[in-house]
Design a protein around this ligand. Structure first.
Ligand code: GUN
Ligand code: ZN
Length: 434
């Protein structure tokens, strides 16, 4: 049984979009978070809990639920920050060649370990992950997550066309591989399986039909894919599926949209598409650093709010440029600024914690500090380096003649200036890691 002392920040409900008011924000400065021997949160209190508890004193640090990255590619650490391309030539030039290496079990195992350790070091304790088309790359990821006790959603990538040799599967073998992976890994430890259609371009209609049927046969499994990221991609999908009303409709026609569907990007959607997301319960993973880096476009979060469909936030490494969810949220703010809306720190941090957990159907397990939740939590230094430290001091009213600022100002500066260097400790199920 451990007790962790820090400033506790989490959310009890979704904060209002476009506002910095405190609705839904739970702020408990200088409290002790109590964690039972089962790795679950027991409660929180201002008073020292006494000698019965193993005390971890992080006074002056910020404690939040670990971040949930709802879309990221394990093998793409190898292609982070690759120059000069948009989505389709980026895939051909950099990404597909890198993913071919993951056919090798040794490379897949090393890559999975490197990737999950990096997530934890960046303050992310749960993720929805693409490995590669190779079954072994998916097994390596599940095995590495189980070893670390992490919450992971993943699945073998499906692609049976428009991909180079060594990266294509076929309908029958892919189906057998998925069935086997679901049987062995779905629900084992904290792993869950996702039917993983790379995108409509790289699957034949027959493979999409197989993927849809697979999801229907296994109602607990997730579905992850990409949608409407890039305009050239959208045109290609329209050519490949002339009978579909839209890119998103391709997935709908193959029974791939439901409450456990996570679709990355969703930049080039129309009002019908947004209503379809709302009605099916599917969520868009907004990937701001990727959308900026690949020049894909500016996601319309306000449109999502107006329609009422779910939005989470994701790094999309290696199209995205950092595994840090803080950096990602800071870029999300800038993308929304370019669209003429303002993303509060409350909305952003909620989306990366409780909001993501609820959208994944994991709201009783992770994403907040309620009693009974698994203690996947991260301790953060409020500021690192002289400039950020000064900015934090200003927010706290610790600089002469400058009045203290509201809590939102301090948290927003932390979100905007912080990154993985601010991580002081990461706990998975109540156990310090790394
Ligand atoms: N669309 C299909 N595959 C990918 C990928 O690996 N990254 C991104 N950003 N978009 C994709
Ligand atoms: Zn992606």
């Amino acid at each position: 049984m451990i007790a962790i002392r820090a400033d506790l920040l989490d959310f009890t409900a979704a904060p209002r979009f476009g506002s910095t008011d405190m609705d839904g924000v739970r702020w408990r400065p200088d409290h002790w978070l109590l964690v039972g021997s089962d790795g679950r949160i027991v409660g929180a209190q201002a008073d020292d809990p006494g000698p019965g508890w193993e005390r971890h004193d992080h006074q002056g640090r910020l404690l939040m639920p670990g971040f949930i990255d709802t879309h990221v590619h394990c093998p793409q650490l190898d292609v982070l920050a690759s120059y000069g391309t948009g989505l389709l030539d980026w895939l051909d030039t950099y990404t597909f060649p890198a993913e071919r290496r993951y056919a090798d079990p040794g490379i897949a195992a090393q890559g999975a370990a490197r990737f999950l350790d990096a997530l934890l070091a960046h303050g992310t304790t749960a993720a929805v992950v693409f490995p590669t088309v190779h079954k072994v790359s998916c097994e390596a990821l599940f095995a590495a997550a189980e070893q670390r006790g992490m919450r992971l959603i993943a699945g073998k990538v499906l692609m049976d066309r428009h991909a180079p040799d060594g990266l294509r599967d076929d309908v029958e073998q892919a189906e057998r591989d998925c069935e086997d992976l679901i049987q062995r890994w779905h629900g084992r430890g904290r792993n869950a399986y996702a039917v993983t259609v790379r995108f409509a371009v790289t699957s034949t209609p027959e493979q999409l039909a197989m993927a849809g049927a697979l999801g229907q046969r296994h109602p607990g499994v997730y579905m992850q894919t990409h949608v409407a990221e890039n305009q050239a991609e959208v045109r290609w999908v329209a050519d490949l599926f002339p009978q579909a009303r839209s890119y998103l409709d391709v997935y709908n026609q193959h029974d791939l949209l439901h409450e456990r569907s996570i679709l990355a990007h969703g930049i080039w959607l129309d009002a019908h598409d947004r209503a379809l997301l709302r009605d099916t319960g599917a969520q868009i993973a907004f990937c701001p650093t990727s959308n900026l880096f690949l020049g894909s476009g500016l996601f319309d979060w306000q449109g999502a709010i107006d329609t009422g469909h779910r939005v989470s936030v994701a790094t999309d490494v290696g199209g995205g440029t950092s595994l840090s969810m803080l950096r990602t949220l800071a870029e999300a703010y800038k993308v929304q600024a370019l669209r003429g809306t303002k993303l509060s720190a409350w909305v952003a941090l909620h989306a990366a914690t409780r909001g993501a957990a609820e959208a994944l159907g994991l709201g009783t397990e992770i994403g907040h500090l309620d009693p009974g939740a698994v203690a996947d939590v991260v301790l953060w230094d409020w500021s690192v380096g002289a400039v950020a430290q000064h900015r934090d001091a200003v927010a706290c009213g610790a600089v002469a003649d400058v009045p203290a600022q509201p809590l939102h100002a301090r948290v927003f500066a932390f979100m905007t200036l912080g990154d993985e260097r601010n991580v002081a400790a990461t706990y998975v199920a109540g156990r310090p890691v790394g």
